[in-house]
Design a protein around this ligand. Structure first.
Ligand SMILES: *[C@@H]1O[C@H](CO)[C@@H](O)[C@H](O)[C@H]1NC(C)=O
Length: 413
């Protein structure tokens, strides 16, 4: 029973409340390995490694032997905090406690080492992992390949890439992006294009994903011209762009301050519903609501009906800028045009209200959403909880926790 409660609290990171119950529990029974595990995990995920460590020492003191969960959480936490040395100390301690590291433990450490340029160490862990008969997956290969590329060890990177192919490991978009950008970074443009074309020829990924990856690589390198060029070449080769690709394109352009230029170029070329939608979204995300509004008007005039996506981007940015009045006006218009607001629309509105401390109104909108038959998720609850938290309204938070539990959003395990 207590453990279930902790898990709930831990998931929403309510340190203080969890502590209160911890104190309460001591009166009745001793905390178990599960309780400690939950606590250690909570602190580590919060990045509070001091407390994570304290919990570890505490459990050793009362004679509870730490398990794989505890060690994994600590190793992961210390890796994320950049304290690789401490992470390795725990790795050693695992052996002393006869706890065998698993795929997660190895992956975490290899990723940490790769990110911190300790490639020799990453290599040796990789060997150990293989000799323990644990099969590395795509993610861990990607970490070590990325690390080697960043260190300029092209040959080592290639060694792991080949190993992946030999082992028939399916590469995902991240892996390809790392490989393509890796070759790109070391000036091997031939290889990076080759990797992209290899992927395309073998149909390993949908064309648009490759297109997105290549553009992304160029944008990250700050080569706007090349990004647009790659886009054009690939379109000419018959690749098809979709919302994801176009969004990436807009995102890249706007990050480099080229959105206006793109607007001229693209809209003239072939204006369609998707382009308008993506553009409006990009303008909203950029905070440029004046232009977004103009474009929405343009879109309507061109005979396209703004959809849920357009309205939601608009509302989200209005809320972010604190213009709630307008946000609600847009929502009204949306409903009038028979476009149903969805979870994201409602969450934006609730967030906007909660941000201003208008919790009564926020709750009203939340209830309105429930009445419309929309099921809230963890994020929407979290928005409300944060709002109540700022006002110190513990009762309201407990009520929400009950609801979350009933809906199974806080998993009882
Ligand atoms: C690979 O394994 C790690 C550690 O267990 C895990 O976090 C990651 O999600 C896995 N990746 C894939 C693609 O399955």
């Amino acid at each position: 029973m207590f453990n279930i409660l902790f898990n709930g609290f831990a998931k929403v990171y309510m340190k203080n409340e969890a502590f209160m119950y911890f104190g309460l529990m001591w009166k009745y029974c001793l905390p178990s390995i599960v309780t400690y595990g939950t606590f250690v995990d909570m602190f580590c995920k919060m990045g509070d490694m001091k407390m994570g460590n304290r919990m570890f020492l505490d459990m050793m003191k009362v004679g509870i032997v730490p398990n794989l969960v505890v060690f994994s959480s600590l190793i992961d936490g210390y890796c994320k905090a950049g304290s690789l040395d401490v992470a390795f100390e725990y790795f050693e301690r695992m052996k002393e406690c006869s706890v065998r590291p698993n795929e997660f433990t190895y992956s975490t450490l290899i990723d940490g080492c790769s990110k911190h340029g300790m490639l020799a160490r990453a290599d040796s862990l990789f060997e150990k992992m293989l000799s323990a008969s644990i099969l590395p997956n795509c993610t861990v290969y990607t970490s070590i390949i990325d690390g080697h590329f960043k260190k300029g060890n092209v040959d080592d990177a290639i060694k792991y890439i080949n190993q992946m192919f030999d082992r028939d490991i399916k590469l995902d978009l991240t892996a390809y992006t790392v490989i393509i950008s890796g070759f790109h970074r070391v000036g091997r443009f031939d290889k990076s294009m080759e990797a992209a074309e290899y992927v395309a020829k073998n149909g390993l990924l949908p064309d648009r994903i490759i297109l997105t990856a290549i553009m992304d690589v160029h944008f990250k390198a700050g080569n706007i011209k090349e990004a647009l060029n790659a886009y054009k070449i690939l379109l000419a080769k018959g690749f098809e762009a979709d919302v994801v690709t176009l969004s990436a394109l807009m995102d890249g352009l706007s990050k480099h301050g080229y959105l206006q230029e793109a607007r001229r170029y693209l809209v003239k070329e072939n204006a369609n519903e998707i382009l308008y939608t993506v553009f409006i979204d990009a303008l909203c995300k950029e905070g440029n609501l004046d232009d977004a509004e103009k474009m929405i008007k343009e879109m309507s005039e061109a005979g396209f009906v703004p959809d849920k996506f357009v309205y939601t981007s608009w509302i989200a940015e209005l809320c972010k800028q604190g213009n709630l009045l307008k946000a609600f006006m847009v929502k009204k218009r949306m409903v009038q045009e028979h476009v149903e607001p969805d979870l994201l629309t409602y969450s934006s509105l609730i967030g906007g209200l909660a941000e201003k401390g208008l919790m009564i109104e926020a709750k009203q909108v939340f209830d309105d959403m429930l009445n419309k038959g929309i099921t809230p998720d963890f994020v929407s609850y979290d928005i409300l909880i944060r709002g109540y938290h700022n006002q110190g309204n513990g009762a309201a938070i407990s009520g929400l926790h009950d609801e979350m539990r009933k809906r199974g959003i806080i998993v009882e395990d």
